[in-house]
Write a protein that binds this ligand. Structure first.
Ligand code: FAD
Length: 341
């Protein structure tokens, strides 16, 4: 079999990192990325990019922890390298605060982030409405620079990228041996996945360079995440809302909630409002499928449905998707050598 040809659909953090992992595990593969949108116009561009996992109820916790660990280790190495600034990856310390002590005082990811500990009484004085808190250091991706860094690295290894809306995965079958579906919320239409639904998120990106620590309310709804250039203020979680239009009432509400956690934000400037649709599902769809039409077969690997935690687990799921692509290629090689006999 000649060099296997792989098409990846989608150029958000999942598509680009999956393309990268495919090349790392199968350097002889030729990889092409098709997407109707590239950075800065993907959901991944809107995200805050904090490495704090979201829990997928349908995926075993040890699997989610492994995905998070792989992602943390990978990004930590970048954060400690000369690439850090261009890739937009940095360590950030801060607090997660709770009005009432949570049932689970030690989240499953507490030994993956750095220096996880309960907050001291002195630290809690900064948050008079909260009685419990956790302090830790994690990583943050500044999303548009990270996506551009991934694109640049892919192009440098010869990956072709085309702007194209794929209406049906079969469109790619005559030219590609394996197709990888990383279409995010687009998979709802592309493969008719009724288990996939949008969870709308509105955030503000503001100029407040004095804010250096993250602050997150334990319910995950209100957060202040400082990046290299802008601070992300959030947020909302609106299940089944497909609207990409910013809502002015929501903007005011987010700003007020964040100012009640960090009053100095009243002086923030240059407020930009962004909206994205989290591609949400009971569990990430990470599996092989062989499509079949009139006796013709098309091996597909799905990697979508990362909901509120795509950045936190992207490298782990991309590595697993790349292994599945490797399995598809191995199966094709077996059938092509049998056909020659
Ligand atoms: P996308 O970024 O949407 O990429 C999908 C790609 O597929 C796009 O390029 C699209 O154009 C393409 N596509 C779709 N359909 C087709 C088609 N038919 N043909 C061709 N191309 C197609 N996660 C975290 O871990 N930490 C956070 O702090 C965080 N904050 C967030 C804040 C907000 C407000 C939001 C909305 C999300 C946040 N997330 C966060 C979640 C994260 O953004 C997502 O999990 C992640 O971006 C999903 O990546 P993706 O590549 O699957 O989707």
């Amino acid at each position: 079999m000649a060099a296997p040809k792989v098409a990846v659909v989608g150029a958000g953090v999942i598509g680009l990192s999956t393309a990268m992992c495919i090349l790392e595990t199968c350097p002889s593969c030729s990889v092409t990325v098709f997407s109707d949108q590239f950075s800065p116009n993907t959901t991944s561009d809107v995200a805050a990019g904090m490495l704090i996992p979201h829990t997928y109820p349908g995926t075993p916790i040890h699997v989610q922890k492994q995905w998070f660990k792989e992602t943390f280790t990978y990004l930590f190495a970048i954060s400690q390298s000369a690439e850090a600034s261009e890739a937009g990856i940095h360590l950030v310390s801060g607090w997660q605060v709770f009005k009432n002590t949570p049932k689970e005082e030690l989240p499953f990811w507490s030994d993956v982030v750095l220096g996880f500990r309960p907050m001291s009484k002195a630290e809690l004085q900064k948050f008079p409405q909260h009685q419990f808190g956790q302090a830790f250091t994690t990583l943050k991706c500044d999303c548009p620079p990270y996506l551009l860094w991934l694109e640049k690295r892919l192009k440098a290894t010869g990956v072709q990228m085309y702007t194209r809306k794929v209406a049906d995965l079969w469109e790619l079958h005559s030219e590609y041996n394996v197709v990888v579906n990383c279409a995010g919320i687009g998979a709802h239409q592309l493969v008719g996945d009724k288990e996939l639904f949008p969870v709308r998120g509105q955030v503000l990106k503001v100029h407040a360079p004095w804010v250096k620590n993250f602050i997150r309310n334990g319910d995950g709804l209100t957060y202040i995440y400082p990046g290299i250039h802008r601070v992300t203020l959030g947020g909302t979680r609106e299940v089944e809302s497909w609207s990409l239009s910013p809502d002015p009432g929501t903007t005011k509400d987010i700003f007020d909630r964040c100012c009640s956690l960090e009053p100095s934000l009243r002086r923030a400037q240059d407020i930009k409002v962004k909206v994205g649709l989290r591609p949400s599902r009971w569990c990430v769809r990470l599996e092989r499928e062989v499509l079949s039409q009139g006796g013709v077969k098309l091996p597909v690997v799905h990697n979508y449905g990362h909901g509120a935690g795509g950045f936190s687990v992207h490298r782990g799921t991309a590595k697993e998707a790349a292994c599945l692509v490797g399995e598809c290629i191995a199966a094709l090689q077996v059938s092509s050598s049998k056909a020659k006999l």
